[in-house]
Design a binder for this molecule. Structure first.
Ligand SMILES: [Ca+2]
Ligand SMILES: [Ca+2]
Ligand SMILES: [Ca+2]
Length: 373
């Protein structure tokens, strides 16, 4: 393939291009018109040449084209194949802008195309993003740190990078040695995640040195971002050692605390306040909820919590169905009115709460707590 750094080539060959979209103001006479055809590719090694292993930039978007004398401006539409074609152009010199935000240009960002009657001017643009790479490993001793003796994951999961603004999402599968590399990423701040591996969960993140820790956070609220930088001169900063540690999931859902104020001797007409705490004391994220059940004689008045809660009759549930909660606690505060002195205790239970089974429970004895008023 011929490559012209920064400048166009004139070719009479017909180009197979993407759909034409001209939004210019001055339509050219068809019998005296020419065309501009081109492509944008991801020049991974930044050498200005479309090498094997590199791929077209296949994102549908406009490619701005302006006639140098200022009499016409419009755009062609870049197709999924990374190609674009503008037809029906009056002969003359045009500027084509092949720059893409978030990527460095490894050829000139703007190319000059000379359109002749019946001809097609060919232009090419190399752009370069960064990469994020690392290893997914089994944190056998569960310390959050990757020791050399610890093995790669037993299955080939995917690792994903997500940029919120503007949205961009891509991922890569790990190889048998646990290594992955997500290529051609535009500049930005990325949050890392992985596909689910049944029976395993993420280890404690951000422990120890940067090249030994796990960079996949337990939840979106506390995870860190990984920055890909792309400079105008074509240099990119591609973070390495962005690793994902896993543990064999061990669950322990706990009804940890249940207190009332007043603590006992309640009277009809009185208001009682409850503080309930359930905990994930397992070694990784778990889908669970806490359920506080008020006995007959207590009428629900109000509830507050840090995470989502819901009320159904006498049962107040804290935690969102199907949500992965990091090791830690879910707290709930409930007030109730005494309409009759209860004969049954208040009951707090920590329960699995997902469409897939939660972590294997290692201690069922601490899942329920009761309180007699
Ligand atoms: Ca290249
Ligand atoms: Ca370890
Ligand atoms: Ca338990």
């Amino acid at each position: 393939m011929r490559i012209f750094r920064g400048l166009m080539a004139v070719s009479a060959a017909g180009a197979v291009g993407s759909a034409l979209l001209l939004t210019g103001t001055a339509a050219a006479a068809a019998d005296a018109s020419g065309a501009i055809s081109g492509q944008i590719w991801l020049d991974r090694d930044g050498n200005g040449v479309f090498d094997g292993g590199e791929r077209p930039y296949g994102v549908v978007r406009p490619v701005p084209i302006t006639k140098l004398d200022g009499t016409w401006s419009g755009s062609a539409t870049l197709g999924l194949d990374g190609r674009f074609t503008a037809e029906g152009l009056r002969p003359g010199r045009y500027l084509v802008n092949g720059g893409i935000d978030g990527y460095a240009s490894t050829t000139s960002r703007v190319a000059l195309a000379r359109v002749t009657a019946g001809g097609t001017a060919e232009v090419e643009f190399g752009i370069r993003g960064g990469s994020i790479s690392g290893v997914a490993w089994l944190d056998e001793n569960e310390d959050g740190i990757r020791q050399d003796a610890e093995p790669p994951l037993p299955q080939q999961i995917h690792v994903f990078a997500y940029r919120a603004n503007p949205p961009y999402y891509d991922g890569a599968q790990i190889d048998p040695q646990g290594h992955y590399r997500i290529e051609d990423l535009p500049a930005g701040e990325y949050r890392m995640s992985t596909s689910v591996l049944s029976g395993f969960g993420p280890t404690r993140p951000f422990v120890g040195s940067a090249d030994r820790d796990s960079d996949v956070g337990w939840d979106a609220a506390t995870t860190r971002t990984v920055t890909v930088e792309v400079a105008d001169n074509g240099t990119v900063t591609s973070p390495t050692h962005i690793d994902a540690g896993f543990v064999r999931g061990r669950g322990d859902r706990v009804a940890e605390e249940l207190t009332a104020s007043p603590a006992g001797g309640v009277q009809v007409g009185q208001t009682v306040s409850f503080h309930a705490v359930v905990a994930n004391r397992g070694n990784t994220v778990d889908t669970y909820q806490g359920k506080l059940t008020l006995p007959a004689g207590l009428e629900f008045v109000d509830a507050t919590s840090v995470v989502e809660h819901s009320v159904s009759g006498q049962v107040i549930t804290v935690g969102k169905w199907g949500h992965d909660y990091a090791p830690g606690v879910l707290e709930l505060w409930v007030t109730a009115l005494v309409t009759a002195v209860p004969t049954e205790p208040v009951r707090l239970e920590a329960v699995p709460a997902g469409t897939v089974p939660g972590l294997p429970e290692t201690n069922v004895d601490n899942n329920v707590r009761t309180l007699t008023l």
